[in-house]
Design a protein around this ligand. Sequence first.
Ligand code: SAM
Length: 289
Amino acid sequence: MKRAKELLVEAVEMLLAARDNTAQLDAEVLMMYLQGYGRAQLYARLDEPVDDEAAANFRELVARRAQGEPIAYITSHREFMALDFYVDERVLIPRPETELLLEYTIKKLRDKGWTGEEISMVDVGTGSGVIAVYLALRFPHAKVYATDISTEALEVARLNARRFEVNHRINFLQGNLLEPLPESVEIVVSNPPYTILAQVEPNVARYEPNVALDGGPKGLAIYRELLGQARTRLVRPGLISLEIGSEQANDVANLGRFFFPGCQIDVYKDYAGLDRVVILDIGEELSAN
Ligand SMILES: C[S@@+](CC[C@H](N)C(=O)[O-])C[C@H]1O[C@@H](n2cnc3c(N)ncnc32)[C@H](O)[C@@H]1O
């Protein structure tokens, strides 16, 4: 039997050969996942022998990672806003940028004093459900809708809502953007597909659902349709909060001005200084026509 330490060295070598630039971290994460260890436990038990069956399972997971499969799919989980979400290949793996979308949205709501009882919101393109679940936890009295075109993604979102005991708080609806909503809402939050598929990193396009990535020929198709639909499905005053690609702030702001002339537009950056979030503040006076 090999010791954990030796298996890790083997794994790192294999991952480095496969050009995994987080090889050490990935090998450790896979070992912790397989053995059910925390980090401290892993380091404390590095000299212990690992039985042959566990070693074979470990090598299999490492081989999957070496092929390019994301760690989050291999381990079926991803941390988001310090919560542990279930994910699998039916949904996009939640990204850190989307935590910023939530942080800026919540700050804006707080600044406007819109954190009260009656507020209604929708997470459009909910995927794994991270945005809707977080909003339901953060605003215990809000009415929360979540839509997705993908019935498979909605299965994962429902599972996460149950995991965090907010399944009774979120109304999950299958369909195109805002179309399935039974009523207008005050807040639209979305991390829509916004990439040009041909430009996406090959392993992302290979493993993650293309319907979660494909924003049309210029990456803007879903923003255009969503903002068009919002004209008749947003309560005034209302907010539309969107995650964007780093090059899309001007185009999305222009679409916002086209569909909601006179709205206030704020663009927020990520920690790398790249544009990441656009929030449209739609005043009372802006009519639905
Ligand atoms: C970029 S992913 C975001 C997932 C999740 N909200 C997150 O931030 O991790 C976009 C999601 O939008 C969904 N989607 C794509 N086109 C849609 C449409 N026309 N109507 C509703 N949802 C759509 C995809 O299935 C996918 O789950």
